[in-house]
Design a protein around this ligand. Sequence first.
Ligand SMILES: [Zn+2]
Length: 110
Amino acid sequence: MKHQCEAFTGQSGNTSRCRATGAHEHDGKWYCRLHHPPTKDGRLAARSRAYDAKWSARERIREAEGAVVAAAEAWFLDGDKSVDGGLLYRADRLFRAVRNLLEAREARNA
Ligand SMILES: [Zn+2]
């Protein structure tokens, strides 16, 4: 016996039963490949994971850019340019921040 998919398609108030053949059973009901709930959930979870990864890569880049600006400001604006006044420390901080930014950009493109 052939089953029809139990899912409904369309917007609220204008729905119709999916015409596809129900090939996968779930909780005693039959669904097509597209509407089978576990398959659908897996697809949504994968999409959400991809979105999270993309978002956090962008956040990391934004943070790294902020660190570069802060380090550059400390480098240029802090009055004391003597080595004892922390010049090397500030230079190191600036180079580190730039390196972090480049790494964050590379990680996004990987
Ligand atoms: Zn269906």
